[in-house]
Design a protein around this ligand. Structure first.
Ligand SMILES: Cc1cc2nc3c(=O)[nH]c(=O)nc-3n(C[C@H](O)[C@H](O)[C@H](O)COP(=O)(O)O)c2cc1C
Length: 187
């Protein structure tokens, strides 16, 4: 049967890009990535997110510096990206908060991940590269971007034209992660 959209190709195409060309991202492309993120599903449609686009060069470099440092040689590449998008977690609506407590599940964190994923997949469809960054100095980023004390920047997404090669995906095998009808593996 014919597929309506070739989403799988896009999923294969997207990768975490850690090298970027010194070329600005066109505003229309950025807006489409943000739109894809905005259209993401969320528990109780709470949409618990704000996206801060950091495209001022000095500020962007300052935020990028907060993604590395310390003991681990992590995230130095973020300076190369022409822009960063910081994803801030917002308080969800009351229904979602109730659901999180009753079901003991962090719906809002799942929501942010889905939304960030939409952003990155749209970026791939635009020929752009991206990388989600979870390791950064949250307090410093809050200070730099005037994020209120009671809110948390959870993810930073780098965006730009990728300068690295396409890599082969390293993933667990289908048989290791997919079961049918029972958690127990069929013999
Ligand atoms: C929530 C989250 C946080 C991540 N944080 C970082 C990070 O701080 N630095 C980094 O280089 N990559 C980070 N990554 C990228 C992962 O390392 C990457 O997605 C994974 O290795 C799979 O590779 P691929 O994205 O190229 O398919 C993060 C990814 C996710 C989903």
């Amino acid at each position: 049967m014919e597929q309506k959209y070739d989403f799988l190709r896009l999923a294969e195409e997207r990768q975490s890009d850690r090298k970027y060309h010194d070329k600005q991202v066109e505003k229309e492309k950025l807006l489409r990535c943000l739109e894809a993120a905005r259209l993401a599903p969320s528990a109780c449609n709470a949409q618990p997110w704000t996206f801060i686009v950091v495209n001022d060069k000095e500020l962007k470099d300052a935020v990028a510096r907060e993604t590395s440092g310390g003991v681990l040689p992590l995230n130095h590449f973020t300076r190369q990206a022409p822009l960063l998008v910081v994803v801030v977690l917002e308080k969800p609506n009351i229904t979602c908060r109730f659901g999180e407590i009753v079901k003991d599940k962090k719906f809002t964190i799942m929501d942010l991940g889905i939304s960030a994923s939409h952003f990155c997949l749209q970026a791939a469809s635009e020929g752009l590269g991206s990388c989600m960054i979870g390791w950064f100095n949250e307090n410093k980023v809050k200070e730099l971007l005037n994020i209120p004390k009671d809110k948390r920047p959870m993810l930073i997404i780098t965006l730009g034209y990728p300068a690295g090669k396409k890599r082969k995906k390293i993933r667990k095998k289908p048989d290791d992660v997919i079961r049918y009808n029972s958690y127990k593996q069929q013999q």
